[in-house]
Design a protein around this ligand. Structure first.
Ligand SMILES: Cc1ncc(COP(=O)(O)O)c(C=O)c1O
Length: 402
């Protein structure tokens, strides 16, 4: 079917998936594709992961939705679990009822952009009308709402919608002095991705996130870490900021939080979260039973498999197996979020050729292929990826020579 009834905000490849199982997708001709992208870092447990599917079915048969005017028995439990993971506590047994840990508080919504929108509003509420500037980074990606677009450091995405909300500035990524130069008495928060996923899996230097945290503490500016792509085990830690031994004021999460069911979460330290009062922010669907139930089943599975260990191990295995590809200049990223930088090859063309060979990857930059496979991929599937990736590269070389 043609896409003529959809607003042309995407130009999708000409393939229509109708079924998924594990790391495999099947199109309407029953052709199988190895999914090494997982949505875009969404289905960390693969497709049709039984415990999540069962939880969704069971919840649908009981109760799908109640409004946030009433309590529900799942969102609070999920919020505490997220707070525990942010504190590095993983395992439902370890999540004690009473403890010294600040589990913080969560606002649930339906997407990454909404989670960041909530973070921006919260920061501005805390700092009051005098301090509303949000500093973010060049080439960052934080979403497509007007405020999150204003925070997204990509001119091409911003220009058609100018004038954007004021008081958002972007500075060079991985440049602590550039942030320091921008911080003044009007600054509410610094917003940063610990790895820039959409920009092509760009990692900052090792000390950067710690330096940012120190700078924010020293100047009384809030630190918001956007873990929407990097969090929940994908990059070899529960949240990537944890590698820097810091605790942000606000953390945003979405994408893989319910393995494909729409959900977003804005977490904040308790003292900060308590600056929101009834009426300050809201949502019809955020925190709904179905998404919370799917998310609890997702987190339970991620915790029981020790997702960070798993992604670290598999990521190293993939990097090791790619060593013999002379066409690869370097591999960026951590765990199972990797940016494969190609030598003199059009990455978009490699992406298209890979699709023809039944492999799903994507090209966020002209020279970079991003992979974000399921945490449950087998070694055999990794070897299948290598075969298909080799074919895609060889085809691209041929295309370029003909
Ligand atoms: C780091 C980051 N922040 C925010 C977003 C926006 O999330 P959503 O598309 O769910 O609004 C994305 C999506 O790619 C992202 O990668």
């Amino acid at each position: 079917m043609k896409e003529e009834y959809l607003m042309p905000t995407y130009s999708p490849d000409d393939v229509c998936f109708i079924k998924g199982e594990g790391s495999w997708l099947y199109d309407d001709n029953n052709k199988a594709y190895l999914d090494f992208l997982s949505g875009i870092a969404v289905t960390s447990l693969g497709h049709n992961f039984k415990p999540v599917t069962d939880a969704i079915k069971d919840q649908a048969e009981n109760l799908l939705h109640v409004s946030n005017l009433f309590k529900n028995n799942l969102s609070n439990k999920l919020a505490k679990t997220i707070g525990a993971l942010i504190n590095g506590i993983h395992g439902f047994d370890e999540i004690a009822d009473e403890s010294d840990v600040d589990y913080g508080k969560v606002f649930f919504c339906n997407s990454g952009a909404e989670a960041n929108e909530c973070a921006i509003k919260l920061a501005r509420k805390i700092k009051g009308s005098q301090a509303h500037k949000i500093i973010s980074m060049e080439n960052s990606f934080h979403g497509r709402t007007l405020a999150t677009l204003a925070a997204t450091g990509q001119k091409a995405k911003q220009v058609p919608f100018e004038p954007l909300p004021p008081d958002f500035v972007q500075v060079r990524y991985d440049d602590i002095d550039a942030v320091a130069d921008q911080i003044d008495s009007a600054t509410a928060a610094v917003l940063v991705e610990p790895i820039q996923g959409e920009a092509g899996v760009i990692e900052p230097s090792q000390s950067y996130i710690k330096e940012l945290s120190d700078l924010c503490s020293k100047t009384g500016v809030l630190l918001i870490v956007d873990e929407i792509q990097t969090g929940l085990g994908r990059c070899g830690s529960w949240f990537k900021f944890q590698d820097s031994q810091i605790m942000p004021d606000i953390v945003t999460s979405a994408k893989s939080l319910a393995n494909g069911v729409p959900i977003g979460a804005c977490w904040a330290k308790t003292q900060i979260a308590n600056e929101f009062h009834p009426g300050d922010h809201g949502t019809t669907f955020g925190g709904q039973l179905l998404a919370c139930r799917a998310s609890l089943a997702t987190l339970e599975a991620l915790m029981s498999m020790n997702a960070p260990n798993q992604t670290k191990r598999l990521g190293e295995m993939i990097k090791d197996k790619l060593k013999d590809f002379s066409e690869i200049q370097l591999i960026r990223g951590d765990g199972l979020l990797l940016g494969i930088v190609l030598r003199d090859l059009d990455a978009k063309q490699v992406q298209l050729n890979a699709l023809r060979h039944g492999l799903i990857v994507n090209a966020p930059r002209l020279d970079t292929i991003r992979i974000a496979p399921s945490f449950l991929i087998s070694e055999i599937e990794i070897d299948t990826f290598l075969i298909k990736f080799r074919q895609a590269i060889d085809d691209t070389k041929q295309d370029e020579n003909s």
